[in-house]
Design a protein around this ligand. Structure first.
Ligand SMILES: NC(=O)c1ccc[n+]([C@@H]2O[C@H](COP(=O)([O-])OP(=O)(O)OC[C@H]3O[C@@H](n4cnc5c(N)ncnc54)[C@H](O)[C@@H]3O)[C@@H](O)[C@H]2O)c1
Length: 357
């Protein structure tokens, strides 16, 4: 088992990473002082694969477990579903000290986290991420949220979990496109902070794609460590945390303009390539570095070219993105693999040129 500490003073917590860790959940929960009653929030897919076994093992260790189910899918991240969960928590006699275990991908993590942050003004949250994206990114850092109308992820809170348990064996059942989505965020982590990790990914792509146990543990550990370091320095997203948006300025716009037909990981991959091309045209990034990034993204099975979408629409969507500060679009640009900076000074014409408009 590997461990990453998220250093946030009295809000700090551990991220435990390893193959087969789910079996140790009871022991780990007892280790941080939980006993008695707890609630698992999950979806039917994850319940069938892992939830039932987890419930049984926790019950066998003396926990009184209530499992609450929400359907699969992003549309479940809503105030309506949160409202239904509050009612179900009340029926289950959940109290201030009753922990909520979020078992699933980023959708469950964000929704169950939002419910944990708000039910009775906050009950303890434990993240048990089962997708690569959730293990390398969304379960760490305390951003919890639901969607509301056009406001995607904008009704939420910063609410840190008490523990994150990442069982890398659960990744073996992930559909290929979900694995690729997580790989996009993992590549992002390496590019923003860790050149050596980027080289590691570059040389281990085959083993990542075949889900080699040792390599998966290593990449989840290294990605989690990067995110934990950034979050520890900027919990409330006031500055440094911006770098986690590398690839997301253009990526979100592509998702929006494609009406979410281009899925997140693919959009982020295209967004990372767009940011790198902007940096290269500004003379900040060597062509060799751009080629390496392209190689890793393509090697992960992700797209490196822009989709056939309305370029003007993408630019408009970028302007409406939340990362606009004082009317300027914020970009995270790479200077090299492992080194990025944030700038508001990218001209719209350069963006258009790179997007192929
Ligand atoms: N809070 C944050 O900081 C943060 C960061 C990034 C993304 N997010 C959010 O995360 C969400 C995306 O998360 P995601 O990519 O994990 O999607 P997801 O939660 O929808 O999971 C993807 C699919 O995989 C299934 N699944 C989960 N675990 C599985 C397993 N082990 N085996 C087989 N199938 C499994 C799910 O049922 C679902 O169908 C978005 O809502 C996004 O906004 C949040």
């Amino acid at each position: 088992m590997r461990k990453v500490e998220v250093r946030l003073g009295d809000k700090g917590y551990d991220i435990l990473i390893g193959s087969g860790l789910l079996k140790e959940t009871a022991q780990q929960l007892k280790g941080i002082g939980f006993s008695d009653k707890l609630v698992i929030i999950t979806n039917p897919v994850v319940q069938r694969l892992y939830g039932n076994a987890l419930e049984e093992s926790l019950s066998a260790e003396g926990f009184k477990v209530t499992a609450l189910l929400v359907a699969d899918g992003e549309e479940q991240k809503s105030l309506d579903i949160a409202g239904r969960l509050y009612t179900e928590l009340t029926s289950a006699y959940a109290e201030r000290a009753t922990p909520i275990l979020a078992l699933g991908g980023g959708v469950i993590g964000d929704l169950a986290g939002f419910v944990a942050a708000t039910y009775l003004r906050g009950v303890p949250l434990v993240q048990i991420p089962t997708t690569l994206l959730a293990q390398v990114d969304s379960s760490i850092g305390g951003k919890v949220a639901v969607n509301h109308g056009q406001l995607k992820n904008k009704i939420g809170a910063f609410y840190q979990p008490r523990l994150v348990i990442s069982d890398t064996a659960t990744l073996k059942t992930l559909p290929a496109e979900e694995l690729a989505s997580g790989m996009a965020e993992m590549i992002k982590s390496a590019v923003i902070k860790d050149r050596e990790f980027f080289t590691f990914i570059e040389t281990k792509l085959d083993k990542i794609k075949t889900l080699d146990d040792t390599v998966m543990e290593e990449i989840v550990f290294r990605s989690a460590k990067i995110k934990a370091e950034v979050v520890a320095k900027d919990e409330l997203d006031m500055g440094l945390r911006n770098i986690l948006n590398f690839g997301h300025t253009v990526g979100h716009a592509i998702e929006t303009v494609s009406d979410f037909k281009v899925e997140h990981g693919q959009a982020v991959a295209m967004g990372m390539m767009a940011a790198a091309r902007i940096a290269q045209r500004l003379g900040l990034l060597d062509r060799g570095e751009l080629t390496r990034l392209k190689g890793v993204i393509a090697g992960a099975g992700l797209p490196t070219e822009m989709p056939k979408l309305d370029t003007k629409g993408i630019i408009e969507a970028i302007k409406h993105d939340k990362k606009i500060v004082a009317g300027k679009v914020r970009f995270v640009l790479p200077r090299a693999m492992g080194d990025v900076f944030v700038t508001d000074e990218v001209s719209p014409s350069l963006v258009e040129e790179v997007l192929g408009g």
